[in-house]
Design a protein around this ligand. Structure first.
Ligand SMILES: C[S@@+](CC[C@H](N)C(=O)[O-])C[C@H]1O[C@@H](n2cnc3c(N)ncnc32)[C@H](O)[C@@H]1O
Length: 394
């Protein structure tokens, strides 16, 4: 179920709106847990044996997709998921629109009360097509929507939509990914004391703030191309008393100096870029990192690390959820991508972490002592999810 978010920009909505949001969240939970399990069972008991009998190739997610797509369970799962996705945004948007004036006053009050110097927009920045011309994951207007004077709606939509979408799996402030990644680094590398941390494609800064909370001494910067998200993210962080700078900037052409940053982080970002652009972003990360610094990306695991069925399952979004670059990214050799960007092979890191905010610190510390392998729960929003991180030390 969606959680009441821990900031004053959270729109609770009317009882009717809350019920609808609970319904959509619950539906997504049902689809991604129960129905997904039914679909896998259908694959194992019917589709796979038939493929073997027919001597069909079963090496990749595409092979599975081709074989399963005529099955009713797949059609039902897919149409339900598509519709649930549209309902996520529709319901979030309705609640936001109905509270627009109130939210507008709250955002302005936060900005007036506290320093606006934490937000740097660049109206001359060209918005890349992956943001301006696609309704990414079916969100109307995507990250780039501008709603007249309510020029923060795109950010509010992401916050409230993600809350419905994630059915309680992303932490009580939607920051479990950031907290888990930052805590993993803090606990595994206790001597590492970053002074500057940069979050690429930060959207509304929910995971950026987690780095500031984990490393309070560091200067933390979140960059994104979408102004509505940055405006809202700035107010959201100020409201929670978290000191983060938000800058409108393209991650493939950073305005940071060479060797000026200790951590270059991103979460759920690279899969929304073309492969050509990913290569530019990784090269930029290498350029701005200080020697001894860390590049770290939380992402979906690469296809070559998964069984064909699990690769198919995660690639669903590329076919049916307006995620045009998702599969091409996951088809890459993640080791080679990093080496091509300048990193040394013996300095690469890959890891799995459980959800930090769902356990006490001691249990988490014990859990990460054992190196886990990528499995069907990695990056997959359902019970038992674990996050995947990959990167490199410079
Ligand atoms: C899926 S969201 C990232 C979500 C967020 N990091 C999180 O942890 O949930 C992708 C973000 O990347 C931004 N983006 C896309 N291309 C970009 C680019 N070239 N430079 C900077 N930001 C970009 C989008 O505006 C969007 O906010």
């Amino acid at each position: 179920m969606p959680q009441p978010l821990k900031h004053s920009l959270y729109v609770k909505g009317t009882t009717e709106q809350q019920s609808k949001q609970d319904f959509v969240s619950g539906l997504r939970g049902f689809l991604l847990n129960d129905m997904a399990a039914n679909m896998k069972e259908c694959f194992e008991s019917e589709v796979q044996p038939q493929m073997i009998r027919d001597q069909k190739k079963l090496e990749t997610g595409e092979d599975v997709h081709d074989a399963i797509k005529s099955k009713n369970v797949f059609k039902f799962y897919s149409s339900m998921r598509y519709n649930a996705q549209e309902m996520v945004w529709r319901n979030a948007l309705r609640a936001i629109h109905e509270s627009k004036n109130e939210l507008d006053s709250r955002i302005n009050a936060i900005k007036n009360e506290q320093s606006a110097s934490k937000l740097h927009l660049d109206p001359s920045l060209a918005i890349p097509k992956n943001v301006s011309s696609v309704d990414v994951h079916l969100a109307p207007g995507s990250y780039y929507r501008e709603d007249g004077s309510a020029n923060w709606v795109g950010g509010a939509l992401y916050d409230h939509g993600l809350n419905i979408f994630s059915f309680g799996m992303m932490g009580s402030n939607l920051d479990d990914i950031g907290q888990s990644m930052a805590q993993y680094i803090r606990k595994k590398f206790p001597d590492f004391a970053p002074k500057t941390i940069l979050d690429l494609g930060c959207t509304i800064g929910h995971n950026t703030c987690a780095w500031k909370i984990t490393y309070p001494e560091a200067e933390v910067e979140g960059i994104d191309v979408a102004p509505a998200c940055l405006r809202y993210g700035n107010a959201r962080a100020l409201d929670q008393g978290v000191d983060v700078n938000f800058k409108q900037m393209d991650a493939s052409a950073l305005s940071f100096e060479n060797e000026s940053v200790d951590v270059v982080f991103s979460s759920m970002f690279l899969h929304e870029l073309s492969v050509k652009n990913i290569k530019r972003v990784l090269a930029e990360a290498y350029r701005v990192l200080r020697p001894g610094g860390l590049m770290l990306h939380m992402e979906l695991p690469p296809n070559d690390s998964l069984e064909p069925y699990d690769a198919f399952y995660l690639d669903w979004d590329a076919y049916y959820n307006n995620e045009p670059f998702y599969k091409a990214f996951r088809d890459q050799d993640f080791t080679q991508l990093r080496i091509d960007a300048g990193f040394q092979k013996d300095k690469l890191i890959d890891f799995i972490t459980p959800q930090y905010t769902y356990m006490d610190s001691e249990t988490y510390t014990k859990a990460i002592k054992v190196d886990a392998d990528i499995d069907e729960n990695t990056g997959r929003l359902a019970e038992g999810i674990q996050w995947f991180g990959f990167g490199a030390w410079k």
